[in-house]
Design a protein around this ligand. Structure first.
Ligand code: KIV
Length: 301
């Protein structure tokens, strides 16, 4: 029986689980076990992701679109990221937490990149940071300062305008070789993980095979070392568009909408609140109040 067939749907109770580390993640690649990565941006989201036993929680700058309502990730600031990371930090017990460096938090200089990467660890409780693009010098500088880095190639949403939109990348042999060369340079610069977004399965498979570090995919096929899906896509809470690579596991948006309609209807029709939602007054006290004509009218309603 392959080791994959022994895997169970139900994770171990959280207190029995060992916290995921860079070593665990490297070992998964060696054993051919896919790592599970999901985004989470808030305390309750991270609580559930961690309880479900995911390996990595990415506090992605996609929060700009899923949670803040912008049309892209460009407006997200370092302070936004740190604030969201802190909520995740307080919830997360066992998952490896990665903070996504937002647009213009690392491009300007290595000094700025190191300072901001450090904030993710010191103020946001992250284990590592993620950087978009072939930022070899920045990656090296951050790694040299003792911080674990995940690089992100393929479709890099912060460069959406330069890429001409959210387009699949690495569709030709030349394009694949360019991404592979960048990936190898990033690996040499010390990055510990690579994330490939929106690429053909074959291109991503070549890169995952050529690199010794774990290579994860979001819309990059099944021949990589792990999968990432944005939480709001997975649970049906992102309403603007649905990418081809997304599988929706539930429709939380629809459930919440129906619950809110039920609530509004019940308040308007007097069905909520009812006895089971009321606090009781002390009986003796109530007796005393009922004797007072001033209050009697309201208490007998
Ligand atoms: O911000 C994010 O969630 C990401 C994913 C799209 C990979 O970078």
């Amino acid at each position: 029986m392959s080791s994959k067939q022994n895997l169970k749907r139900e994770p171990k109770p959280i207190e029995e689980r060992i916290a995921t580390s860079i070593v665990t993640l490297r070992n998964k690649k060696k054993k051919g076990i896919s790592a599970v990565i999901v985004t989470a941006y808030t305390y309750p989201e991270a609580l559930l992701a961690d309880q479900a036993g995911v390996d990595i929680i990415l506090v992605g700058d996609s929060l700009g679109m899923t949670t803040q309502g912008y049309k892209s990730t460009i407006a997200v600031t370092m302070d936004d990221m740190i604030s969201h990371c802190r909520g995740v930090w307080r919830a997360n017990q066992k998952s490896f937490q990665i903070g996504d460096m937002p647009f213009m938090s690392y491009q300007e200089s290595s000094k700025l990149a190191i300072r901001n990467a450090g904030r993710f660890l010191k103020e946001g409780g992250c284990d590592a940071v993620k950087i978009e693009g072939a930022m070899i010098d920045r990656v090296k500088a951050i790694v040299d300062s003792g911080i674990i880095v995940m690089s992100h190639l393929g479709l890099t949403p912060q460069s959406r305008a330069a890429l001409g939109g959210y387009r699949v990348q690495g569709k030709s042999m030349d394009a694949t070789e360019k991404i592979l060369n960048d990936a190898l340079k990033l690996q040499d610069a010390g990055c510990s993980f690579l994330l490939l977004e929106a690429m053909p399965k074959e291109s991503a498979a070549i890169i995952a095979n050529e690199l010794s570090i774990p290579v994860y995919g979001v819309g990059a096929g099944d021949q990589v070392d792990g999968q990432l899906v944005i939480l709001h896509d997975l649970i049906g809470m992102f309403f603007d568009f649905k990418s081809k690579f997304v599988k929706r596991y539930c429709d939380a948006g629809e459930m919440i909408l129906e619950a809110l309609k039920d609530y509004a209807y019940e308040v308007r029709t007097g069905k909520f609140p009812t006895k089971e939602n009321f606090y009781e007054m002390n009986e003796d006290e109530l007796e005393v109040m009922l004797q007072d004509p001033k209050w009697k009218y309201i208490l007998e309603k």
